[in-house]
Write a protein that binds this ligand. Sequence first.
Ligand code: NI
Length: 170
Amino acid sequence: MAKLIILRYPDPRLHTVAKAVTRVDARIRQLVDDMLESMYDADGVGLAATQVDVHERVIVIDTSEMRDQPRVLINPALVARSEEMTFTDEGCLSVPAIYDRVRRHARVTVRALGRDGEPHEFEAEGLLAVAVQHEMDHLIGKVFVEYLSQLKRDRIKTKMLKKVRDEERD
Ligand code: NI
């Protein structure tokens, strides 16, 4: 396994639209394993392939407290969404140290392929439902800060770019 480099907002590559995975083969399983390792290492609850500059529809999520329930979603699709909406403070490994409220469906039903290439379907609520919607947004090139006001987004952009400059200087 290998740790992958996670792109940081406002990297334009984060706005790439991912393509469907045509075959769940050894290459995809390796990607999944590397993404899981990278997500756990960074202490995240989810990671989309887009964030590691691979533009295929692959997501890993683990919202469990013990960090021992990895979920692999390949070619995920939402087959149902609740009318009820919820506000949650979200963060993102591509936008470190920024958290803000985003409105999402409270419950979603997801259909996806697993690491074994087999289809599965599950209903999610709470943090898992939020994580699924957040990660699926990444696959269409959308970062959660795009739900915030232009003013907030500009501030975050400035902060992120400054952070990169500071890191380069060190
Ligand atoms: Ni994210």
